[in-house]
Design a protein around this ligand. Structure first.
Ligand SMILES: Cc1ncc(C[n+]2csc(CCOP(=O)(O)OP(=O)(O)O)c2C)c(N)n1
Length: 414
């Protein structure tokens, strides 16, 4: 890093790029790894720590659905880099000046807050659709209106295609309003709510696994179409690294100064037990294709979805490479069997297929190397060498059991 003033002569280049460079047709679908990277990120210049994994997940989600997103954000790192006082790193796109609508409620009621966003916009949207239905039945409905309404209804649940269909329909609604149609005027009053929205609930593991868990469970059980993204740093990062139920065996955190003894809670499986919740565990740096696929599947699933993303953090104290190699650390976590990649898609079950997909392989024997590269573990070695050895061995054993259990789930859901 160098002082900002010394780089000021580059400003015209930056301005040129911002003003003149437009989206190129990549030839790849938007919901693929390559295609998604041609989309404008609607999260930029956040105040996160360098290398923060949380921002890379949020940025990617905005590249897929940003223009249509409502985000409810739990208090935690993501509400701090996502909404520091007076500025916002979330932005709007160049063409329609649309971007994520973002709000932070509390640490403890984030799921409920996002649920309210979903219900509020759903009711307004349905009221507008009811009026459109009445217009469609009217003998005054033009063939153009009928065709546009049909297209709108066909794409009603698809976040991407419904936007264009809504635009075309609103042209016809405006014509009808000009001709004096009262229903059309009522629809125009709610036009912001007409296109399909993508409702997201963001938060850390302290929120999802612990403090906000009751609300999260309630919202997942509701069956409503919300998408939950958990940034799993395996600790309360924003308040200096307290242990959460996502922390792992042997991990040294505040309130677990001698290394946590209990294993990590399987939030994913609690959600899977409902059978109608889309669930995925991802790690962007380890398998970007699986991550993008799961995010797209979760968003497309017309019920509740929970994605848990492994998020290395400054506080993990990565020895080799530090946070410059955050994405590589995710790779190591998956390769060693420390973190598992899988998804449970109820839509597949409905189609007669196995809903459970186990993507990652068995650990490759580097589990202890993984632990020994992070100071949240190695901190235990000096003061308590024997305890460290015991807990690290237990952690590996539990990870093996967990993987075998996941393999059994593949058979169980067949
Ligand atoms: C009810 C309540 N308790 C405690 C806090 C203080 N607090 C703010 S952020 C935070 C930690 C958040 O941790 P996590 O959910 O894991 O997210 P991360 O910071 O790791 O992204 C805490 C304890 C709060 N804001 N509200």
């Amino acid at each position: 890093m160098v002082p900002q003033e010394s780089q000021a002569e580059q400003q015209p280049v930056f301005d040129y790029l911002v003003a003149n460079v437009s989206k190129k047709d990549s030839g790849f679908a938007d919901d693929t790894v390559k295609g998604s990277q041609y989309n404008q990120p609607l999260l930029e210049f956040s105040g996160s720590c360098a290398g923060c994994a949380e921002t890379s997940y949020a940025r990617l989600i905005t590249q897929l659905f940003g223009e249509h997103m409502y985000v409810s954000n739990a208090t935690g790192c993501s509400s701090i880099w996502g909404g520091p006082a007076s500025v916002s790193p979330y932005t709007v796109n160049k063409d329609s000046l649309q971007g994520p609508a973002w709000a932070n409620s509390l640490f403890e009621d984030n799921a409920e807050h996002g649920f309210g966003m979903q219900l509020g916009q759903k009711v307004l949207r349905e009221q507008a659709i009811e009026k459109l239905g009445a217009m469609n039945e009217s003998e005054k409905a033009t063939p153009e209106f009928k065709a546009a309404f049909e297209k709108f209804m066909e794409t009603k649940e698809n976040t991407r295609t419904n936007t264009e269909a809504t635009k075309a329909l609103l042209v016809e609604v405006e014509k009808a309003a000009e001709a004096g149609c009262e229903d059309a005027k009522a629809v125009l009053d709610k036009k912001e709510y007409l296109a399909k929205k993508s409702v997201w609930i963001f938060g850390g593991d302290g929120w999802a696994y612990d403090i906000g868990f009751g609300g999260l469970d309630h919202v997942l059980a509701s069956g409503e179409n919300v998408n939950v993204m958990v940034f799993d740093t395996e600790m309360y990062s924003n308040t200096g690294g307290q242990a959460s139920k996502a922390s792992n065996i042997g991990e040294v955190c505040q309130f677990a100064a001698a290394g946590k003894e209990m294993k990590k809670k399987s939030l994913a499986e609690i959600a899977m037990s409902y059978g109608y919740v889309y669930v995925a565990q991802i790690a962007l740096g380890a398998n970007p294709a699986q991550a993008v696929k799961c995010i797209a599947e979760a968003e497309a699933y017309p019920g509740p979805s929970l994605i848990i993303g492994y998020a290395p953090c400054e506080l993990h104290g990565i020895a080799k490479g530090g946070m410059n190699h955050c994405q590589d650390e995710m790779k190591k976590a998956v390769k060693s069997g420390y973190w598992n990649l899988f998804s449970f898609d109820p839509a597949k079950k409905e189609a007669g297929k196995n809903p459970f997909t186990l993507t990652s392989k068995e650990g490759d024997g580097t589990y202890q190397d993984f632990l020994h590269n992070e100071s949240r573990y190695t901190r235990l070695v000096k003061p308590f060498p024997e305890r460290a050895e015991k807990l690290f061995a237990k952690s590996e054993e539990v990870a093996k059991e967990r993987y075998e259990h996941l393999q059994r789930l593949v058979e169980l859901y067949k």
